[in-house]
Design a protein around this ligand. Structure first.
Ligand SMILES: [Zn+2]
Length: 884
């Protein structure tokens, strides 16, 4: 799954149904080593499923025949089911076709299960369980859901499914846990003329008359329930044959050309992965299905053979898509395709190890992008992703990469930056430690040994150790079983032409400065500036002294593959900063990132970052300027509400960024780097946020003249220009954008225009956007996004609005993200009162075991208050010095 970015936190509503062990007796588990909610007395072997959707009535009928093995004599069979009504339950013994009298049916909403209790013992053996039932089609991306959208030929409705992590049970009564791998044969009765798609190709179809067609898909391999997929609509499909696999993209009618880049990219990615994993892609076809709309939880899902991707993450619309959209579409496709092996062919046993799926797919996505698109220079992106993880991992509310999961909510909450980005960073560090070839051989052994099976993290470490001959399990455990970020303190002394580099391991914490540090074995790579080769050391037992030839300043974490922060002694830092321009771009980015985070935490002067920003050359790597601009925007946010001090900072920030923007310009130049195209849009957005009137006026001018001047708003800048216009809109401009949103006939563009309406700086317009969000006008999946957008500039307003309308808002958020949605709205607040409001909210609406996101949002607000109080005065003094 590709999670929606900017995710920070969570909550759980009473209607969601899953309750942690603290509230209800833990479910009986015959295998004590496995966390589960279903008894292990029965095991499914195969499902024959028939779905008859009624898209108009928003409901469906289902019939499932499940081959099951009863492993221990029982009178009761329990499986997962949510919001399903059973009309017929028949149990038949396979060996003699003996049918059991109809059982009593108990629905257990809290446990998301249904139990069938028989009046006599069901002995061990193979049975057939036949169920007739009905269920609901939803409006958010959970279970079987409908997306309504505008199209050139009028309004349309399409159906899709989303089952990860635990929502197959909303469509098929099933043993809905990843360890229950079975085969599936799916059949659907659908309107003739619509396209039906699932994991496997269509095996046969027959016209039933009355405008209906029966579609039967080929039987799937043994797989987990969360990977099933069904889609139905007025679609087009384009295909490409690569290495014997039929690759396809499926879009709304007439849009396959916009998926051509992803289709073509999927071909090169498939070849790359067939080689890397050493096992060919095992299914006959692999589709990627584009759907209008959005989710607050995810952007794409790796259903085996039938990847689902929201249009905004796969289609490139020539009227609005940007270079970053293109790169993101490639990366998301690579991520979901990596899951076809890592996740689908080999699946984690339980959600405790979801990082194995997501960390690995994230790492593979980054690796593949670097290899197939070196011109994008995405190596530096790894540092940004690492920062995203460290942002969470520095709070006391963090969790280990491998974490114990009990409930459905906890499983949903596990899809966070620790799982994805820390997972990715730790894999990158370990690959660097054992070497790329040994790592790949270990991955191949792991895939071969566990194909069509379920695993835990140690199964991977075992194969990497065998392939590399290096004991990495201890290092891997320290980085995945304990939370937090190692801090490496570095000091250097030069004597007789050799530098003695002293490294001491501590722990970086944002809110627990006096915490006793955890211990890690840290693989460290250091390199003297100008040296040809790095020096490697495993910092063990808390310290190491590394001898480095020469007296040049030594950079720690050279190449930035390590998951730790580096705190240099002041003189050592000054020596490196004095040679900032001589560092590799990735180490410049690492130094900027560490000095900013350590500065905020009070571990080094926060002005060190500003000194580096001043020392950065105007022609530095565009991604370096992207980082500096993003921190400037961040500092500007810290000053919110204190306009006099803020304007002094803004003056400095604009003075630094304007010469860079002058080089980049408003329009693309022939032969420019792709990274420049991305920086252009970033600078337009951030300079406008800083109140740069020249940028704001020019964006407005271009927007106003676009009807008469076709060059005024190039497609690649359209989003950035619209973003500026919307942010600084007055009431009449806002109405103009509103009219454009209403009139728009392209679903993806329409979605974006509605979210722009909520991006306004003006509070009264933000209120209008919030009111508009809850009307039917923007479309079912745009409402939650509009409220989230408003929260970026008006967190307190958006949170309060959400609470007042909590019942309606919850209906507009997919169930998987409800437990994190409100904390996310609040997390950018700088009002101490919000801490109290959030705690109250958590106490009233969140199960005790599902409050981590709320706790993290509280911690980040408290941290923001501390930064405002303790660090901004330092920045004020530094700015006064710069001016003087
Ligand atoms: Zn994923």
């Amino acid at each position: 799954m590709h999670r929606t970015l900017m995710t920070l936190s969570w909550f759980a509503c009473a209607g969601l149904g899953s309750i942690p062990a603290a509230h209800s007796a833990p479910p009986p588990a015959t295998d004590a080593a496995t966390t589960t909610q279903l008894p292990r007395t029965v095991r499914p072997v195969h499902y024959d499923v028939r779905i008859v959707p009624d898209a108009t009535a928003m409901k469906f009928n289902g019939r499932v025949g499940i081959a099951i093995d009863v492993l221990q004599p029982t009178t009761s069979i329990t499986l997962n089911a949510v919001d399903l009504s059973f009309s017929r339950v028949i149990l038949t013994k396979v060996s003699n076709a003996a049918r059991y009298p109809a059982p009593s049916v108990q629905i257990n909403p809290d446990e998301q299960s249904a139990s069938f209790t028989f009046d006599r013992i069901v002995p061990r053996g193979r049975y057939h369980l036949a169920l007739d039932y009905s269920g609901k089609i939803g409006t958010q991306a959970v279970g079987l859901f409908a997306i309504d959208y505008v199209s050139a030929t009028g309004p349309k409705r399409a159906l899709y499914t989303q089952f990860e992590n635990s929502d197959a049970r909303r469509v098929i009564p099933s043993w809905d846990e990843p360890a229950f791998r079975t085969t599936f044969a799916l059949e659907a009765i659908v309107p003739s003329g619509e396209m039906a798609v699932s994991n496997m190709p269509i095996a046969r179809q027959s016209n039933l008359g009355d405008g209906l067609t029966r579609v039967r898909f080929a039987q799937s391999p043994k797989m987990s329930t969360y990977l099933l997929f069904f889609g139905l609509g007025d679609f087009d499909r384009a295909t490409l044959k690569v290495d014997g696999t039929e690759l396809g993209v499926i879009t709304q009618k007439g849009a396959t050309a916009q998926a051509a880049f992803v289709l073509e990219s999927s071909g090169s990615i498939l070849r790359e992965f067939n080689d890397y994993f050493g096992v060919g892609y095992p299914l006959p076809k692999l589709d990627n299905i584009a759907a209008p709309g959005s989710s607050q939880f995810f952007g794409a899902m790796e259903n085996w053979g039938a990847i689902f991707t929201f249009e905004h993450a796969i289609l490139l619309d020539p009227s609005i898509s940007t270079q970053s959209d293109k790169q993101r579409a490639f990366q998301i496709a690579a991520h979901e395709m990596a899951h076809q092996w890592f996740g689908n062919l080999v699946t984690m046993r339980w959600w405790d190890d979801i990082w194995l799926n997501e960390g690995f797919a994230s790492w593979m996505e980054a690796r593949t992008t670097r290899r197939l698109h070196p011109e994008w220079n995405t190596a530096l992106a790894a540092v940004r992703k690492r920062e995203e993880a460290m942002d969470l991992d520095g709070f006391g509310t963090t969790h280990p990469v491998v974490q114990h999961v009990e409930t459905v909510e906890q499983a949903s909450q596990a899809f966070d930056a620790i799982t994805y980005s820390k997972g990715e960073a730790v894999i990158g560090m370990l690959e660097g430690y054992v070497g790329a070839a040994a790592w790949r051989n270990g991955v191949r052994r792991y895939i071969q040994a566990h194909a069509y099976g379920n695993t835990e993290s140690d199964d991977l470490w075992r194969e990497i150790e065998k392939a590399s001959g290096q004991p990495i399990t201890a290092i891997a455990h320290e980085f995945t079983l304990q939370p937090g970020i190692p801090l490496i303190r570095a000091d250097a002394a030069c004597d007789a032409g050799h530098t003695a580099l002293q490294l001491t391991q501590a722990e970086f914490s944002k809110d627990q400065p006096d915490k006793k540090p955890l211990a890690w074995r840290v693989p460290v790579i250091v390199q003297a500036i100008g040296a040809a080769a790095p020096v490697r050391e495993l910092v063990t037992g808390g310290r190491a002294i590394v001898s480095v030839p020469g007296c040049a300043p030594v950079v720690v974490n050279a190449g930035q593959s390590g998951y730790y922060r580096t705190l240099y002694a002041p003189a050592h830092f000054q020596a490196i900063a004095g040679n900032f321009g001589a560092l590799a771009a990735i180490d410049q980015l690492g130094l900027l990132s560490d000095s900013w985070a350590l500065g905020l935490a009070g571990l080094q002067p926060v002005s060190d970052f500003l000194d580096l920003a001043v020392a950065t050359s105007v022609d530095a790597d565009p991604q370096i300027w992207g980082k500096i601009a993003a921190v400037f925007e961040n500092i500007d946010e810290y000053y919110r509400g204190d306009e006099a001090r803020r304007s002094a900072f803004r003056k400095f920030a604009m003075a630094r960024l304007n010469p860079v923007f002058a080089r980049v310009g408003w329009s693309a130049r022939p032969e420019e780097l792709d990274t420049v195209a991305i920086l252009r849009n970033e600078l337009i957005g951030i300079l406008s946020a800083l109140g740069d009137t020249a940028v704001i006026d020019e964006a407005r001018r271009r927007h106003a003249t676009q009807a008469t001047d076709p060059t005024a708003v190039p497609a690649a800048q359209r989003k950035a220009i619209l973003g500026v216009v919307a942010r600084h809109a007055d009431p009449s401009t806002w109405e103009q954008l509103h009219a454009a949103a209403r009139a728009e006939k392209t679903a993806m563009v329409k979605d974006q225009l509605y979210s722009l309406l909520a991006s306004t700086q003006d509070e009264s317009l933000a209120r209008r956007a919030l009111d508009l969000a809850l009307t039917p006008e923007p479309g079912e999946t745009n409402s939650a996004e509009m409220v989230s957008r408003a929260a970026a500039l008006h967190p307190d307003l958006a949170f309060d609005f959400g609470i007042v309308n909590i019942a309606v808002v919850n209906q507009k958020v997919d169930a998987s993200s409800r437990s994190r949605y409100f904390p996310r709205l609040a997390s950018r607040s700088a009002d101490p009162a919000m801490i109290i409001k959030l705690k109250k909210y958590a106490a009233e609406h969140l199960a005790v075991g599902s409050r981590r996101d709320a706790d993290t949002a509280v911690a980040s607000i408290a941290y923001r208050l501390k930064v405002r109080q303790e660090r901004l005065p330092v920045i004020d003094r530094w700015l006064a010095g710069v001016k003087g």
